[in-house]
Write a protein that binds this ligand. Sequence first.
Ligand code: ADP
Ligand code: ZN
Length: 292
Amino acid sequence: MKIGALEAGGTKMVCAVGDETGKIFERISIPTEMPEITVPRLIEYFKDKEIDALGIGCFGPIDLNRSSETYGYITTTPKLAWRYFNMVGAFKEALHGLPVGFDTDVNGSALGEATWGITKGLENSIYITIGTGVGMGIISNGRVLHGMLHPEAGHLILKKHPSDVYEGKCPYHKTCLEGLAAGPAIEARWGKKGIELADKKEVWELEAYYIGQALADLILVLSPQRIVLGGGVMHQEQLLPLVKDEVKKQLNGYIETKEMEHLDDYIVLPSLNDNQGILGAIRLALDEMERG
Ligand code: ADP
Ligand code: ZN
């Protein structure tokens, strides 16, 4: 079988062809411009590849409600050119009705890890990406969790650290996880990019305080069996151990499970060498084929 995979991001589009075992045969990356420019280039890539299905992990928010008139659309994105763009429809039309699986980029990554990576075999897991924004994909009872929309847990509203005078970057909530802990918030608070602050202990302690707080809440609500932390900010190697300490501190012994005793296996980095998004898109395509 040949499966098309598209990781549709705000800055670049990664297109690949792989198969049902998670093998990736080829890939290209093109910049994200206006849909009128970018989508024809994507279609051009996929149209002669003889793929059996296409999966798309897409920046959001997107409409995942199959009974909605705008199912498969990108909806209220701040990227105005893409607002209410019919993603699924554009590819279905150009690829002659091929099955097109569709979900958020981070749900795709969560599925990629759950199918071929570090959360394989677990019914309940969370994948979080901490980069330009914060995204979360939740696998619950073996399926990606959707709802009236899809979870937007990157915007969990947090308690500020008493010593933090930064007001928060999110235009909607200011002090949500994304507003306090995504890459741009770090840069705005400290006046330098995260990568230039590697030796500043206080930066990563505060970062861990916010990520740890969010994880504690997620553990209480969703009881995941493992949590994967990805995204550019997690490239700071000193951060992960600080996050684990903070989770322990904030839960204060309340949850007693073997997972909580072995946090090194419980709160982990991604395992698929940055292929989790593309692999997740393959899984989305396979699931769509199965639906028929
Ligand atoms: P995106 O979220 O745009 O897909 P990334 O996950 O790479 O991309 O996130 C980019 C953000 O992460 C930027 O704000 C950047 O400053 C920050 N970042 C990237 N690499 C590092 C690093 N090694 N250390 C700290 N912050 C980083
Ligand atoms: Zn927010």
